[in-house]
Design a protein around this ligand. Structure first.
Ligand SMILES: NC(=O)c1ccc[n+]([C@@H]2O[C@H](COP(=O)([O-])OP(=O)(O)OC[C@H]3O[C@@H](n4cnc5c(N)ncnc54)[C@H](OP(=O)(O)O)[C@@H]3O)[C@@H](O)[C@H]2O)c1
Length: 262
């Protein structure tokens, strides 16, 4: 790593929004630590970013639902060689279907990845950030955090946690020079829906964003010290609507919008 360059650690960097974060951060001159399970994809990304942007990229292949994988990433965040300036807690997964019929282990894994890893990695990163008085954390939540999501029940619950948790940290850290921001994307073209077993063909095309503008909006908002970033005017309107309406209304709308499971 090049001494003096900012270093960002991005989880879930092997595809989608995480890979877009890694590319955007390398393009603005950061060195990187990239984390995911698929080591081959991470090595390919590292090679590209080193070639195109001259970034030093460290690859950490780790399963963030395992104690062993978490220990590796926590140790890197606690290390000062060189210190991490920005943690992007992006890795996440979804499950889709009637909760009672979904495999219990996948629901538990979803909570470990979407909630527990965010808590533990934030906890590992913060003492160093606070001591240095700069840098921060971007936690990737979802527009799903603003209302209960039938057929995505665990997913919506995990993202409601991430949004609440991140905003609480943002306030706790006021005046320290450290920022925690939550990013709440709407439908974004990545591997997410397919991996979650969700047929998103019925979602109108105007609701979709590419990962790059989502990440651009996030880095701009983070640069301004914001607490929350909702990328895109339609998503912002959706969040305002869901926050203003009673859950009895929004949960019915969410249930009607998502494809049915027979
Ligand atoms: N796409 C959307 O519409 C959307 C909307 C709102 C919010 N989000 C959120 O955006 C974030 C990124 O998702 P994405 O859309 O970019 O989906 P994606 O393309 O499926 O990427 C998910 C990333 O997480 C990694 N990952 C999954 N399980 C992991 C594990 N056990 N340990 C370590 N890494 C793991 C994956 O890499 P490996 O498989 O190599 O481990 C991959 O890099 C998630 O938190 C998601 O909830 C997505």
């Amino acid at each position: 790593m090049n001494m003096g360059k900012p270093v960002a650690l991005v989880t879930g960097a092997s595809s989608g929004i995480g890979a877009a974060f890694a590319r955007a951060l390398a393009a603005r001159g950061d060195d990187l630590v990239v984390v995911a399970r698929d080591e081959t994809r991470l090595e390919e990304l590292a090679e590209t970013l080193e070639k195109e942007h001259g970034s030093a990229v460290e690859v950490l292949a780790a399963d963030l639902t395992s104690k062993k994988g978490m220990a590796v990433v926590e140790a890197r965040l606690e290390s000062a060689e060189p210190p991490i300036d920005l943690l992007v807690n992006n890795a996440g997964m979804g499950t889709y279907g009637k909760f009672a019929e979904l495999p219990r282990e996948a629901e538990a894994r979803e909570v470990r990845l979407n909630v527990l890893s965010v808590v533990q990695l934030s906890h590992a990163a913060l003492p160093g950030l606070i001591e240095r008085g700069r840098g921060g954390i971007i936690n990737v939540s979802s527009l799903a955090c603003y209302q209960p999501t039938p057929l995505n029940a665990t997913y919506g619950g995990t993202k409601a946690f991430v949004t609440s948790f991140s905003q609480a940290l943002h306030e706790e850290l006021r005046g320290t020079g450290v920022n925690v921001m939550v990013l709440c994307p709407g439908f974004t073209r990545t591997e997410f829906q397919e991996r979650a077993g969700l047929d998103s063909g019925s979602v109108p095309s105007f609701l979709w964003q590419q990962p790059e503008p989502v990440v651009d909006a996030a880095l701009r908002a983070y640069g301004h010290g914001r607490a929350v970033c909702i990328p895109g005017a339609l998503n912002q309107a959706g969040a305002v609507f869901s926050s203003a309406m009673p859950a009895g209304v929004t949960r019915r709308i969410a249930g009607a919008v998502l494809p049915r499971v027979e």
